[in-house]
Design a protein around this ligand. Sequence first.
Ligand SMILES: O=P(O)(O)OC[C@H]1O[C@H](OP(=O)(O)OP(=O)(O)O)[C@H](O)[C@@H]1O
Ligand SMILES: O=c1cc[nH]c(=O)[nH]1
Ligand SMILES: [Mg+2]
Length: 210
Amino acid sequence: MTKHLTIVDHPLVQHKLTYMRDKDASTGKFRRLLREISLLLGYEALRDLPMTTTTVETPLQETEAPVLAGKKVALVSILRAGNGLLDGVLELVPSARVGFVGLYRDEETLQPVQYYFKVPKDLADRPVIVLDPMLATGNSSAAAVTLLKEAGARDIRFLCLLAAPEGVARMKEAHPDVPIITAALDERLNEKGYILPGLGDAGDRMFGTK
Ligand SMILES: O=P(O)(O)OC[C@H]1O[C@H](OP(=O)(O)OP(=O)(O)O)[C@H](O)[C@@H]1O
Ligand SMILES: O=c1cc[nH]c(=O)[nH]1
Ligand SMILES: [Mg+2]
């Protein structure tokens, strides 16, 4: 059985993450680092994609060689911040289908409020990678995964940058079948539901709002 939580402890990932945490990192620097990290995290998240073989003719002879099996991967970004991971992962799988789940977290209740949902057809036949840099209470990711399952998705992975133990537990309870891939498991949430030590509000830092 696949591990429920994978922490990508590659030195490059950890180095870049440290500079993203720095409150003085500019919007441009934050965005650039997130894009770079998304390539490395995406590489890990896609590690166990199903494979098959095809026949290829090299300049020397015909051979059987590995290729990805089945329908194209679907990447689903949880707006807004998920878009910070999307471009990099799309570079790894340029033919992926792309969906969007619009959710924001109500600051008082910490419950997700949905404002958009558009996903590729045939989700049941595709590996689905859900993208959102922050897993805090887990309410947003759990809601997004529920919506995707209602739309037919069966093989789902959740890719984030930072996870709080509370969010990992929430996801494990709500969706034990969904593996989480993250760069770090932080200490805890503060009273406002922010990850500590964290990096602040990922959406605001990436888009320069606030
Ligand atoms: O695990 P949770 O407690 O639900 O918190 C995590 C969510 O909060 C952030 O989004 P936010 O609501 O700030 O929306 P944004 O991406 O538009 O900034 C983040 O990108 C997650 O979607
Ligand atoms: O720490 C947090 C928690 C939720 N959303 C964020 O962007 N950051
Ligand atoms: Mg935000």
